[in-house]
Design a protein around this ligand. Structure first.
Ligand code: ARG
Length: 414
């Protein structure tokens, strides 16, 4: 009888390589590996070949960079989604896409199970498992690292036994995940949040003090909340992000040192490098200052946070995500224009913004002669605006000839 098949998320690293024979033995299943290019800079064809040498019955490699940018990265950017106000979510956005593509492959190949190499302590297991179980609850989920207790020497021994090729280059002292929207680096010496990250923890950005003395200016063009061009040239998402990562990195832009709250109840210190993400979030927010009404922009801060939380927490496949995104997409209808960003010594500062839909009116704002604003109308408006507060003070705060005394207000809090 043919054996059941499992689709394994395969990076080509030590752990997922050991998983190929391990799952075959432990679960008596044939392993098909799945490797996805999200712009992490790996040669996925080489990884595919390695999977076949490692004993997979088949190995699949797909370039999902455009899907990732169009359907995951841009929506998060439009939403202004920064987890805890800092992390642009590169890793968190990648997981549900990989999971979704794996479920599709499982259906095409008639596989009964899916597998990944995440540990039991992180967020990534949650993102994979929640997406798998939502898209197809009948699939069995295998997460070997949650089950086995293999040390690195044991894993190497396992490789020797099963003729699994091991990379010659020495192992990094950190745990790293990267894709086109950013690089996540944790563990090793970074586990002490008091210690400054050493130079070897960074790979995409120069130390800001060593960045060029001359600033560099970029003009980013936007259409309905998405970046579509750079310095007067239309560009697709993937090359645009690659270019911004390279330029930003040269100026030391995009370093984020974050002690974050994981979903599983652990605080962890993660070091991110995300030059393009930092530049684009900054620029997008500034363009929105012109194009969103005050009310929409106030309300959107809640949506941004909710969106970031749900992506971080692995709930990409929820209806709530679709509801939030409906608001986000609608809010971006007029977020079209150009932002001018100055990169200098680790900082990306927006120094100019313009839009054909700008709500900013120089004729209203100007202190010069010839303003359209009727200053005499302000008086009546203020009378009404402050009326509630005035009434309350008369009836309560200022009653019995009591003055408006600040220490008195504080006394009530004791
Ligand atoms: N803390 C980030 C998140 O939960 C990144 C996780 C992966 N990090 C890593 N260094 N392998 O999205």
């Amino acid at each position: 009888m043919a054996r059941d098949k499992v689709i394994l998320a395969y990076s080509g690293g030590l752990d997922t390589s050991v998983m190929v024979p391990w799952i075959r033995e432990k679960y008596d299943m044939d392993v098909i590996t799945f490797t996805c290019d999200l712009g992490q800079g790996d040669d996925i064809e080489k990884i595919r070949q390695k999977a076949l040498k490692t004993g997979a019955i088949d190995a699949i490699a797909v370039d999902a960079r455009n899907l990732f940018v169009d359907l995951f990265v841009w929506p998060a950017l439009m939403a202004g989604a920064l987890y805890e106000g800092k992390y642009p979510l590169a890793t968190a956005l990648g997981r549900p896409l990989i999971a979704k593509l794996m479920v599709d492959v499982a259906h095409e190949r008639g596989a009964k199970a899916v597998a990944h190499g995440c540990t039991g302590k992180g967020n990534d297991q949650v993102r994979f498992d929640c997406t798998f179980q939502t898209l197809d609850p009948s699939l069995k989920i295998i997460a070997p690292v949650r089950e086995w207790s293999m040390t690195r020497p044991q894993a190497l021994e396992y490789c020797a036994k099963y003729n699994i090729p091991v990379d010659a280059k020495p192992e990094s002292p950190y745990s790293i995940d990267q894709n086109i929207f950013g690089r996540s680096c944790e563990a090793g010496v970074l586990e002490d949040p008091w210690d400054e990250p050493p130079p070897d923890a960074f790979a995409w950005t120069v130390d800001p003090v060593q960045a060029p003395n001359e600033p560099q200016y970029l003009e980013i063009e936007w259409e309905q909340g998405r970046p579509v061009g750079l310095d007067g040239q239309k560009m697709d998402g993937v090359p645009l992000l690659e270019k911004l990562n390279a330029i930003g990195g040269r100026h030391g832009v995009g370093r984020i040192d974050h002690v974050e709250n994981r979903l599983v109840g652990i605080k962890s210190r993660e070091l991110y490098e995300a030059p393009a993400a930092v530049i684009l979030h900054e620029a997008h927010r500034e363009l929105e200052t012109l194009c969103l009404s005050k009310e929409a922009s106030r309300f959107k801060t809640y949506v941004s946070q909710a969106y970031a939380d749900l992506i971080y927490n692995g709930l990409w496949a929820s209806a709530f995500h679709q509801d939030l995104f409906a608001f986000v997409a609608s809010s971006q209808r007029y977020v079209t224009g150009v932002t001018r960003v100055k990169l200098h010594k680790g900082k990306a500062t927006v120094v100019g913004r313009k839009s054909e839909f700008s709500l900013y009116s120089k004729k209203l704002a100007t202190y010069d002669a010839g303003s359209d604003y009727d200053q005499t109308a302000a008086q009546g408006f203020i009378k009404i605006h402050g009326l509630g507060q005035q009434t309350q003070a008369r009836r309560q705060l200022l009653k019995d000839g009591r003055g408006f005394d600040l220490p008195g207000l504080l006394r009530h809090q004791k």
